[in-house]
Design a protein around this ligand. Structure first.
Ligand code: APR
Length: 259
């Protein structure tokens, strides 16, 4: 058996095991990162063609960067919004959305992503740990506005910095920048769901960023089965029960019969 066939055999064997585990499970968490949206044409952060290989996050995606130069940060987020507007969900998002439709009380997504592709694929049980790219917040008066991929640019245009209609302050993308805290409610819910799940999929995350990368440990405390799907080894591959070296859309389509 060639090496390729052995890898093929191994993950097919794993998939058969995983399907049995899903049948017997009560609460499933899909913990996702940038890798799940890569096949939708949205770059990750730390892959060789990742955003942080090309740009300095401390200049473009931190709180102090926003205060120092809001135009620069907005231009960066406008360009990412454009990419998300042009993107489509892929089979990984669709498979998770499909599973939630079948088992709504048993399926939650906890995502680090700000692209809302899970919601576009039909997922409703979604916790956004890092906010989302079509939300806007006023740091002065706290006003929040929520748009989506097909109406954001009907309300805001790229060559202007958004300004608050209440207090005239500059608005900020409602995403969690470096140096900022995660939304308290979202984090609380994420910890609760992770602590109560019996299966946690860890999909497309390098698990480099905290506190999000502590969620698998909450699941372990509940003796949950950890299933990693990632073409590359990650910081926590050694603690996973399964770690499949393949793309998210290929494996999730297979596990949830999307083929
Ligand atoms: N399918 C599954 N995983 C993939 C795929 C794919 N098709 N392509 C790449 N990956 C994996 C990479 O191997 C990598 O481990 O996705 C992971 C992406 O890791 P990061 O770029 O570090 O993204 P993420 O873990 O989501 O980053 C966490 O960091 O920059 C901040 O706020 C930002 O939410 C982000 C956080």
């Amino acid at each position: 058996m060639s090496n390729g066939e052995k890898i093929q055999y191994d993950y097919l064997y794993d998939i058969a095991q995983i399907r049995k585990i899903i049948e017997g499970s009560e609460n499933i968490v899909f913990f996702t990162g940038a890798g799940i949206s890569r096949e939708s044409g949205i770059p990750t952060f730390r892959d060789k063609d990742g955003l942080w290989k090309m740009y300095d996050p401390s200049k473009l995606a931190s709180h102090s960067a926003f205060i120092a130069n809001p135009k620069l940060v907005w231009d960066f987020f406008y360009s990412r919004q454009r990419l998300v507007v042009q993107a489509d969900c892929n089979n990984a998002h669709v498979a998770i959305g499909k599973f939630e439709k079948i088992k709504p009380e048993r399926s939650w997504v906890i995502t680090q992503n700000i692209d809302r592709l899970h919601q576009r694929a039909g997922s409703q049980n979604v916790i956004e740990l890092h906010g989302n790219i079509f939300g806007i917040v006023c740091l002065e008066c706290g006003k929040r506005e929520q748009y989506n991929h097909d109406n954001f640019f009907k309300n805001y245009s790229e060559n202007k910095i958004p300004v608050c209609s209440i207090c005239n302050s500059i608005l900020k993308p409602d995403v969690v920048l470096f140096e900022e805290q995660l939304p308290v409610e979202a984090w609380g819910k994420a910890v609760q769901l992770s602590t109560e799940c019996d299966v946690m999929f860890v999909i497309g995350s390098s698990l480099n960023v905290s506190p999000a990368n502590t969620l698998p440990y909450y699941a372990i405390k509940n003796h949950a089965v950890l299933i990693e799907i990632n073409p590359n080894v990650t910081e926590m591959t050694s603690i996973m029960d399964f770690s499949i070296r393949e793309s998210a859309s290929k494996i999730l389509s297979n596990i949830f019969d999307l083929d």
